[in-house]
Design a protein around this ligand. Structure first.
Ligand code: ZN
Length: 85
């Protein structure tokens, strides 16, 4: 029997792309709620968001190009793990 139950939650890839918008307050209320719901269920994205938040506090700006090589390596590793799940 086939199971075709499709969840309408954010997938992690989307959540990562939305993280900077979220932190900049550039989301609608509905988008924020959807994003926060995903964060509660997904430690990977919550950790990613914290990393971006820390970067913003240090750099005062949101620009993935400004991430340290270590942070970028961490994120690359995160992506790889998500994809292989
Ligand atoms: Zn996620």
């Amino acid at each position: 029997m086939m199971q075709l139950v499709r969840r309408r939650d954010l997938v992690c890839q989307e959540a990562v792309e939305l993280a900077t918008l979220y932190l900049e307050g550039a989301m609608s209320r509905r988008e924020r709620r959807r994003f926060e719901t995903h964060l509660r269920k997904c430690p990977n994205c919550a950790a990613y968001l914290e990393q971006i938040r820390a970067t913003i506090q240090l750099a005062g700006a949101v620009d993935p190009e400004d991430l340290s090589p270590e942070a970028r390596a961490d994120l690359t590793e995160l992506y790889r793990r998500w994809r292989s799940e």
